[in-house]
Design a protein around this ligand. Structure first.
Ligand code: AMP
Length: 249
């Protein structure tokens, strides 16, 4: 049923600066319409470079029945939300709250060595060490999509969410499938989007707001067990395709 699947990746930038990236996994007969839809999504963006890569999957995807369960919590300001996130992470990751605060604080300042946003996620282990191989690039979760994205996006829109949730939910659901990744923290680098999230093994908890309006910094931290095999984590996130059937509202 899932043979001949293709990954379609689109990446757009201006003056060398990343603007947006998107990925789909579809059967061969859906490639054209999917490329068109991806182009439609970025047509109003101000860019000078866009690259589309179409590649046949080398291995069969892992099929997942459902995403993490979506929960949304509202706070009076972003500091309250951040405090909540740190308390929750403290229970899961077992690191002291002040250490978690400085790790997460990096995302609010730009976690790359030059103070810019990283392209991918930071990896922090349960000893509190930052272990991603490249501190500019971080690790990027790729090769994840929904079996029927149209159906999922409609379901999310009908329930008051956006396509942004579809993307983040798919990505973090894949992350949490790895046995050694135990939690994730994320704030967008989009200055107009202040809702962030924390994921645990079973929940995708949206926290609103998790950053100040207007801040163009953001990023992700994947918390991993300190005995994790890094090569295995990189391989899973970058090379194992995952297709998700449904969302858990
Ligand atoms: P976004 O949710 O797209 O605003 O992304 C927020 C931040 O998450 C970015 O600045 C990157 O640091 C990181 N990020 C974006 N895409 C990925 C990905 N596919 N895998 C890991 N980290 C990512």
């Amino acid at each position: 049923m899932y043979k001949e699947l293709f990954s379609i990746k689109i990446r757009t930038s201006k003056e060398g600066k990343h603007i947006s990236g998107n990925e789909r996994i579809v059967p061969k007969n859906k490639i054209n319409e999917t490329v068109f839809k991806l182009l439609e999504r970025q047509k109003n963006k101000d860019f000078d470079f866009s690259n589309i890569k179409i590649e046949k999957l080398k291995v069969n995807p892992e099929i997942v029945e459902k995403t993490l369960k979506i929960e949304t919590l509202f706070f009076s300001n972003y500091n309250e939300a951040k405090k909540y996130a740190i308390k929750l992470l403290n229970q899961i990751v077992n690191l002291p709250e002040n250490q978690l605060e400085s790790i997460i604080g990096l995302l609010y300042e730009g976690a790359a060595p030059d103070g810019s946003n990283m392209r991918g996620a930071m990896l922090v282990n349960t000893d509190g060490k930052r272990v991603e191989i490249d501190k500019f690039k971080g690790v990027r979760t790729v090769l994840v999509d929904y079996v029927d994205r149209e159906k999922i996006e409609k379901k999310l829109l009908d329930n008051g969410f956006t396509t942004r949730t579809a993307d983040a939910l798919a990505l973090t659901t894949k992350n949490m499938l790895h046995p050694k990744i135990i939690a994730e923290f994320c704030i967008s680098d989009d200055p107009d989007y202040t809702t962030g999230y924390i994921s645990t093994k079973d929940k995708y908890i949206r926290l609103s707001p998790l950053k100040l309006e207007g801040l163009n910094k953001g990023g992700r931290v994947y918390f991993i067990q300190s005995d994790a095999d890094l090569t295995d984590i990189y391989n899973f996130l970058q090379k194992t395709p995952v297709l998700i059937k449904d969302i858990d509202l």
